[in-house]
Design a protein around this ligand. Structure first.
Ligand SMILES: C[S@@+](CC[C@H](N)C(=O)[O-])C[C@H]1O[C@@H](n2cnc3c(N)ncnc32)[C@H](O)[C@@H]1O
Length: 279
């Protein structure tokens, strides 16, 4: 049965309260199918019954489950390729030169979904910058979804997920087969830390970052939330750090402190130097 307008509106509000995202109005079918699946799984009589429970307790485990089921969690290894090429050719060589004294480097994948983005960075480092393994190296993935974080921390992927972007040589080197799935080897898993963090809520204590991936996340927020998140990202980034956004995202008209810069075919956002600061 199609979800009623007032029920869709209520679910939209629950999602907004939890994660700051306003679901598109055309997503009624998605809400319908996800609610029906959860009602069945929770052995509830109907979607109406599920909605009654949600209304009685809009901040419980059931609402978390509903919200997580409605998030877009699409990702892949080496997604869009250009950012990883920019890291390899320009950004890591530059940071390695700049940070020789501290020998410390931190990379953050914000909205990391099932972890492919930050594991791609880990593979790139092992492959091309092994000297960084002797540095204090922090690779952090954060997401609001506990389901995604569990999968990311486990590091186990289906054939379909592996086939999306992972070079064959990396598969052989960094994964082992477990039945129909592929498990990331411990040496790679040990390089990465996953934390639960709501970008629209309280942020956990993180170190200042040299590189931040905030890709395909901002797109789901309204303009005000985008501005808020970018302002906080700015605080989290070293003044000479690098920010990557998704292909359909930009800081233009949102945050003038970031300046888009081209590295090969990748757009990278750098903080503008403040008056009186060295460039
Ligand atoms: C489309 S995926 C992008 C994954 C990866 N960054 C990429 O580009 O391949 C978006 C991720 O953002 C997460 N997300 C959505 N709202 C969030 C919020 N308020 N705080 C943190 N993560 C959020 C979702 O759970 C999802 O895993």
């Amino acid at each position: 049965m199609p979800v009623k307008f007032e029920d869709f509106d209520f679910v939209r509000q629950v999602v907004r309260d939890h994660v700051g995202i306003l679901l598109d109005t055309w997503k009624t079918n998605l809400v319908e199918t996800r609610l029906a699946a959860i009602a069945r799984d929770e052995k509830l009589a109907s979607v109406d019954d599920l909605l009654r429970h949600l209304r009685a307790r809009p901040r419980g485990p059931l609402s978390t489950r509903v919200v997580e089921s409605l998030l877009t969690t699409e990702t892949s290894f080496f997604r869009d390729l250009h950012p990883f090429e920019a890291l390899r050719q320009f950004i890591f060589p530059d940071l390695i030169a700049q940070r020789q004294a501290q020998r410390r480097l931190a990379v953050w994948s914000a909205g990391c979904a099932s972890g492919q983005e930050i594991y791609s960075v880990a593979m790139l480092i092992r492959e091309h910058f092994p000297s960084l393994l002797d540095w204090s190296l922090q690779l952090v993935g954060t997401d609001v979804s506990s389901t995604m974080l569990e999968k990311a921390a486990k590091g186990r992927y289906t054939e379909l997920e592996i086939n999306r972007g992972l070079p064959a040589a990396a598969l052989v080197k960094y994964f082992e087969q477990h039945g129909l799935e592929w498990q990331i080897r411990l040496e790679l898993r040990a390089m990465v830390e996953f934390l639960q963090m709501n970008l629209a809520g309280t942020w956990c204590a993180l170190p200042k970052m040299d590189v931040i991936f905030l890709r395909n996340v901002l797109v789901y927020f309204d303009v005000e939330k985008k501005r808020e998140i970018l302002a906080r990202v700015r605080q989290q980034l070293h003044p000479d750090g690098f920010l990557f956004l998704g292909g359909a995202e930009s800081t233009i008209n949102l945050d003038n402190d970031f300046q888009p810069t081209y590295f090969g075919s990748a757009v990278v956002y750098k903080l503008r130097a403040r008056v009186g600061e060295a460039a």
